[in-house]
Design a protein around this ligand. Structure first.
Ligand code: G3P
Length: 254
């Protein structure tokens, strides 16, 4: 599962991508862009210089307005993914834009049927909102599980992006439910690494090391490098600045 930040704050994005090295995309919406205090185009272009998958949302409602708006947003940068709402107009615009090779994120998804519609028009991503379902006493994570199951059953390649995540449990449950991507606020991502026993363990090891004076013997130079060890089988889900080609929609099962 890829980890995205749900923010338009450049400092948070720099931290997630460059400092932590775990963020491979960003989702924005008009609320987040307004918080960043910059115009939409400028802010989205700046984010695209940092990371390879950046969802930028259309604000038009009608198909005939959404299509030119989507084209304009897509022209800002090759890393842009155009976000459209889960409405008939949004889906119709998505179909035209996806047909032109634009990566589309259909957002505000709350049912499996909506997710099937997004897949049918060739969306690259569908965004089910977990927290907002939990807010109204429905099971947001169950929706992720059900969409993933339906997509697998139908051979759909649209990515399931678990959105509106409010806490670290939402993140781990999204992974267990089979989401392709989880997007979350900076605070939630920050909390993923935290455990009191980890902090205690690090402090204890350092204290023991200091007490034993073990640091003195191993004063290796800062430029020391190990020979690459092929047994490490190093893999990463992170693709900073990677531009993924639009994927075709797998045909539904006969
Ligand atoms: O990822 C969608 C997000 O921006 C909405 O989150 O917490 O307002 O439901 P929330």
């Amino acid at each position: 599962m890829q980890l995205f930040l749900d923010t338009a704050d450049l400092e948070e994005i720099h931290t997630g991508v460059e400092q932590w090295g775990v963020v491979s995309g960003v989702t924005t919406n008009p609320t987040l862009i307004a918080k960043a205090g910059q115009d939409h185009e400028t802010q989205v272009k700046r984010i695209c210089e940092i990371v390879g998958n950046v969802s930028a949302e259309c604000v038009s409602e009608k198909k005939d307005d959404l299509i030119p708006e989507g084209r304009r947003i897509a022209s800002w940068h090759e890393n842009v993914i155009v976000k459209v709402p889960m409405t008939w107009d949004g889906l119709a615009a998505a179909k035209v834009l996806a047909g032109e090779g634009v990566r589309i994120n259909v957002t505000l998804c709350f049912t499996v049927n909506q997710a099937l519609l997004a897949a049918t028009v060739g969306a690259y991503i569908v965004s089910p909102f977990v927290g907002r379902l939990d807010d109204i006493n429905q099971d947001g994570i169950r929706l992720i599980r059900d969409i993933v199951a339906a997509y697998r059953e139908q051979g759909v390649t649209t990515k399931v992006l678990s959105a509106s995540l409010r806490n670290p449990i939402h993140v781990q449950d999204s992974a267990l439910a089979g989401a392709d991507i989880a997007t979350m606020p900076f605070k939630v991502m920050e909390s993923l690494v935290t455990h009191p026993l980890t902090d205690q363990g690090v402090a204890r090891f350092l204290a023991d090391y200091e007490r034993a004076g073990a640091g003195r013997a191993s004063a290796a130079g800062a430029d020391a490098r190990a020979k690459p060890d092929l047994r490490s089988d190093y893999r990463t889900t992170q693709e900073p600045k990677a531009v993924e080609a639009p994927q075709g929609q797998a045909a539904a099962k006969a």
